[in-house]
Write a protein that binds this ligand. Structure first.
Ligand code: SF4
Ligand code: MG
Length: 330
């Protein structure tokens, strides 16, 4: 079956006066209809730029300089975003940036309905009320008349999701949709997205730094580091048997997953800024398993099981022994 979205060798470069930053450096992944796929990495890994690329939202000084974004048989990078506007919607981290403070919630949803579906007037009002109800906003008939500031953060994010649904999208890109919310509200928004995914047969791309969110919300995961996907796996497999040392480190950073004694609250060091062609493994400076070759050879993806691959030299020969060395033991 053809994937709904097929990102292939995506390159996004930011040109500054001093250097070229290859924020996304050869990223490939698929999303099938109705599937929830995660893209996880620390801040500065290139995950938000990847999200914005899919929507055609990369602004100067950044530009897409290579690869393809296949969507329903079209390459979006051939300027097909307009044609698929509404097929793909995005929910950002901070709902207050997505809502206009001077218009009522209802008017903003109605505007989306008008633009994307040509629905106006009373019908639009009724649909807006229905959408607020679908996203679990109580008393939607009253809420539809309210301004964003009259809603709590969690309710605002629900309203943003309602606006996204007003386009009747096939793919919803969620960029850290729960990061700005407190833990209880986070869980409620994740539940809501899971319900919508089932009921509307939506495909969802979940972008987050939070492995807990990945575990709760996704079917498959892509781990991104310094502009490159370093591991891809079904979610359960990734958690039970991480194949890449970076994935292992991300798992160790989840509170409560390991003994307090050997738990690292964060991964030491920082994500490097990729400024040119990789000549080494970009994780080598932080990798506890690094050996000489890691500083000389950029690793390629190697299959490490069904629907699984990792870009790490430990797996290069595909040997059991090499795989053993990176199995997370927590
Ligand atoms: Fe670590 Fe080497 Fe694998 Fe990179 S290639 S993740 S440095 S072991
Ligand atoms: Mg981000």
């Amino acid at each position: 079956e053809e994937p709904l979205l097929a990102v292939r060798d995506l390159e996004v470069v930011f040109h500054t006066e001093r250097e070229e930053i290859h924020a996304v450096d050869g990223v490939s992944f698929d999303i099938h209809e109705g599937e929830t796929v995660g893209l996880v990495g620390e801040s500065g890994s290139g995950k938000s730029v990847t999200a914005r690329s899919i929507l055609g939202l990369v602004d100067s000084p950044g530009s897409i300089e290579g690869g393809k974004i296949g969507f329903r048989g079209d390459d979006l990078t051939d300027d097909n975003w307009e044609r698929h506007r509404g097929d793909i919607a995005i929910v950002f981290q901070d709902p207050s940036n997505s809502l206009n403070p001077v218009y009522t919630v209802g008017n903003q949803i109605k505007e989306a309905l008008r633009i994307h579906q040509g629905i106006r007037g009373n019908e639009a009002t009724e649909r807006a009320v229905g959408l607020l109800e679908d996203v679990g906003i109580p008393d939607p008939r009253r809420r539809v008349e309210e301004y964003p500031h009259q809603l709590s953060g969690g309710m605002q994010q629900r309203a943003v999701i309602a606006m996204a649904l007003a386009c009747d999208p096939d793919l919803l890109v969620c960029d850290e949709p729960t990061t700005a919310l407190d833990v209880t509200i986070q869980a409620q928004i994740l539940d809501l997205l899971a319900d919508l995914q089932r009921e509307e047969d939506l495909a969802i791309l979940f972008i987050t730094h939070d492995m807990g969110v990945i575990e709760d919300a996704t079917d498959r995961v892509n781990v991104i580091y310094a502009g490159e996907i370093v591991e891809r796996a079904p979610t359960g497999m990734l958690f039970s048997e991480p194949a890449h040392p970076y994935t292992e480190a991300l798992l160790r950073s989840i509170p409560g997953r390991t003994n307090a004694a050997d738990r690292l609250p964060t991964i030491e060091g920082e994500v490097p800024t990729p400024t040119g062609q990789a000549e080494d493994c970009r994780f080598a400076p932080r990798c506890p398993y690094a050996f000489a070759e890691c500083h000389e050879t950029p690793p390629e993806h190697v299959d490490v099981g069904a629907e699984r691959s990792a870009a790490c030299l430990l797996h290069e020969d595909g040997s059991e022994e090499a795989a053993e060395r990176t199995v997370f033991d927590g």
